[in-house]
Structures are given as C-alpha cells and as structure tokens.
Design a protein around this ligand. Sequence first.
Ligand code: AVJ
Length: 321
Amino acid sequence: MNLLSQKISFYDFKPELENFRDAVIKGLSRGQKQIPPKFFYDETGSQLFEAILEQPEYYIPNVERDLLQTYADEIGRLIEPGSVLIEPGSGSCEKVQLLLESLHPSAYVPMDISREFLKQSACSLSQKYPWLPIYPACLDFTQQMILPHGIPHGRRVVFIPGSSLGNFDPLEVQHFLTGIHRITGKGGGLLVGLDRKKDPSVLNAAYNDAAGISAEFNLNLLTRINNELGGNFDLDRFEHRAYYNDQRGRIEMHLVSSEDHDVRVSDQDFRFIKGEYIHTENSYKYSPDEFITLANSSGFRLLKIWSDDKHLFSIYFLEAS
Ligand code: AVJ
C-alpha cells in the first residue's frame, strides 16, 4: 500500500540534522561532558529503545498499558469524539492504539524526529485504522511545537505517554507545557503518562536490564557519532552507568571512560580521563503532587488521575484553563 491510497498527509518540518554535530561538539567541550538524549534516536537507537520496552525490568510499558486498557472508556468519555489527537515523540505509535477505538478522534498527529521510523509507523497504523486521517509531522518537538496545516477543527488533545516528559528538567517541562497550552488553546486537553518516585532498587533495575539492552542503547550514541560525524570512539573504553540520584529525583545515565585517552570527532580532539563521563540522559520521577503543581503553573488543571495499585506510574488528564 502506498501513502496516497491511505489517509496520510506527511509534513516534513526538516529538523536540522547538522544540529547533531554542533550539539556533540558543544556538549563534549563542556566541563561536564554531556549530550542531549534526543540524539539517541537514530534508526538503530529507535529499534534499541523498542527492545528496552520489552525488558522485564522496565515496568513502565506494562503498567501504562494496563492503565490505558482498563480506563480507555473513561478516558474516551472525558475526551470527546472528534478531537484532534496530537502525540509529540510518537515513536512506534503503539500506545495510541489502546485509545483509538474509544476516543475516535477526527485526526491523529504523530510527531517524531526520526523520519523513516515516523513514516513506517504511520503507514502501519493507517493499515490498521483505515478510517483515521493521520498527519505525521517530522520535527524536533523540543525546538518547534507547531501543527501541520489542514488538520480538522475539534478539541485539541495532546498525548504524552511513556514518561517521555521525564527527560526534561522541571523548568523545561513548565516551558514545554506552556507551549502545548498555546497549541491546544483554552479547553484543550493534555493526557500524560508519567513515572513516579519509588524504591530506588526498582528504578535502578529498570535502567540496568540484565540483557544489557539499556547499555547497548546508551553506547549506540557513540556508534552514531562515529558513523555520522567521523568520530573514533572506542566502545570498549566506555561503560554504561545508570543510577537513581535521590537528591535530584531522577535516573541519570552516563557513559564512563575506563581509562585516560583522546577521542577525535569532526577534526576535534577531546580528552577523557579515567572515570570521567558523558552525561547522556536524565529521567525525572514525580509524585502526583509534584507533577500537578508543575502542570498548574503552566496553565493546566487536573481533571482525573489514574494509578496502579503499586503506585509505580500515573496517567493524568488535564485541561488547559
Ligand atoms: C523515553 C525518556 C521515557 O526515561 O524511561 C529508557 C528513556 N532511557 N531507558 C525513560 C530510557 C533508558 C525513557 N523515556
């Protein structure tokens, strides 16, 4: 089946890929080396992330899936049919499928930085839901929060599952939600799935799966730099580290250098000393009170919260006031 025979209008906002080079050079030049997590998601990275979602220690997908399945009808009643459903960072468009029958939106706008992955996900979604008009938008939603032209009218509802908000600092979440408020307008909806604070041993296991997929995902960033930016990272000299930083309320992911050595990227040399690390990701964990306060400060008010019995994860439905 081709794009034309399906109800798909693909919008390419051309997220600037040369940003990758700039971000890496800038990030490796800092006192504390760091690279933003959005650069994990080249094609291999996106596939590795899908594999993380299947690891037994990574409880988020199962708990969230259970919640979405259990409460789909209730969620559907709060979000009126005919809404335009927008999903920043849609990935495989897997989770939205748990809601489509009960929500029956007039359109779905998946947004992702990974172009081919976005196209493929939209195509297979369209085969399963031929009645649904889909407007995939290739963009970096951390840089631009814009909607494609021609989407239907109707209440705009933004769906952010999978705890992806956890990648932002609380202040960035506040700015991001304020941007979403601008897109949805007053009365618009916001459906968020977000991981909660809990026993650190559960969190640490989730980001250090026994099969080593999280490690592969983290290290793939170096492979990507080698491939796309002519880097010469030796993957045997770096180790994956992930641990819960209790003071900051977040999982931190690092790539730790196991010895003193130099790495070359795009004609620039970077010195690593033994034990020095690149900070590659934060994954913030929120108590419901903390997140609700944050959402309130961005102009959203809570209408409903759903949680599992073990208080691992929560889904929030909020309205733009
Ligand atoms: C996509 C940000 C929700 O933080 O749990 C999973 C990314 N990194 N394992 C998360 C991730 C390592 C994930 N988010």
